[in-house]
Design a protein around this ligand. Structure first.
Ligand code: PMV
Length: 311
């Protein structure tokens, strides 16, 4: 057995199809490797200790509350391997903004599952890691579609449809997006719950919106796979209008989207659950600096530039 293992997992953003993906429509998500969750297992003489550095939480696995997602990821991994907790310290760090639609929860789970299993001498397949991370998502996020754990596990652009085999996207022409973090925390579970209540109250209207979002995601997939990312701008605007119809945008997001477009972005939309979290702007290398600066001046907490490419 190794005395130390380290595993990491990237952040992610959803390019197209959030919310509708919970209702079986396709969505596109890509990894954001500039931000990462890192889990480290190290031999000690004590029963398994968890140290969540950014959350400033430290406890023995045996004392961790049932609702702690980090401890849950560890317990599910140990159960899956039929192993008991080793004498070790598990340290978790992350640079992925929390509650910002960047998949920090899924990334932390994936990093933990890999670090713990490798420490115990087992290299799990990506499929096993993805399924275990989905178990954690289900316990803490109500009715997750599974897109977060999938893109974070495979760390490749994915075209995702719940219940169908994972499909990675070909990206013959790389393109540049800015991820602007609003700094407004927006727990996915609440927004997903609100959409569910609205859907229950008017299923016909919401099914029609979801169908249109699905068509946008499908058109985006074709544009990306056929190397025409220039077509994504209008599709982002269409998707944003449908998200507004669902009631998940917000004045702060709308304002930052307008700012990005006015500064030269070819398209902009919220990404993830909405109400806060983050938004995306499609830019070219020559407009990147101006759009990024305009977003920061308009109050974005952080702007991350990332190229979408095949891997
Ligand atoms: O975790 P977030 O904020 O990226 O939101 C997840 C996207 C939703 O479609 C709203 C929910 C889901 O489970 O797919």
């Amino acid at each position: 057995m190794p005395t130390k293992t380290v595993a990491s997992a990237p952040g992610k953003v959803i390019l197209f199809g959030e919310h509708a993906v919970v209702y079986g429509r396709p969505a596109i998500a890509v990894p954001v490797t500039q931000v990462q969750a890192i889990a480290e297992m190290e031999l000690t003489r004590h029963p398994l200790q968890l140290d969540a550095v950014d959350l400033r939480r430290q406890w023995a696995l045996a004392d961790a509350p049932a609702e702690d997602p980090l401890a849950t990821a560890v317990r599910l991994t140990l159960d899956h391997l039929g192993a008991g907790p080793p004498a070790a310290r598990l340290t978790v760090r992350s640079t992925i903004p929390i509650a910002s639609g960047m998949g920090s929860g899924a990334a932390v789970s994936v990093a933990i599952i890999r670090a713990v299993s490798e420490y115990l001498g087992h290299t799990l397949t990506d499929d096993e890691v993805c399924r275990l991370a989905f178990q954690v998502e289900k316990l803490y996020h109500g009715t997750p579609s599974g897109i977060d754990n999938t893109v974070v596990t495979y760390s490749r652009p994915v075209y995702f449809c719940h219940g169908q085999p994972m499909r990675t996207l070909a990206v013959p022409q790389a393109f540049l997006i800015l991820v602007a973090v609003t700094g407004i925390a927006s727990p996915t579970r609440h927004v997903v719950g609100d959409v569910r209540r609205a859907w229950q109250a008017d299923p016909k209207r919401f099914e029609a919106i979801f169908d249109q979002v699905g068509q946008v995601a499908e058109s985006a997939r074709t544009a990306i796979e056929e190397g025409r990312p220039g077509e994504l701008g209008p599709l982002m605007e269409r998707n944003q209008a449908l998200l507004t119809d669902m009631g998940v945008s917000s004045p702060a997001l709308d304002r930052l989207i307008r700012v990005a477009l006015a500064a030269g972005a070819e398209g902009a939309k919220l990404s993830g659950a909405g109400r806060g979290g983050n938004l995306l702007a499609l830019v070219r290398p020559e407009t990147e600096a101006a759009v990024s600066q305009a977003l920061l001046e308009a109050g974005a907490a952080e702007v991350i530039a990332t190229w979408v490419r095949e891997s």
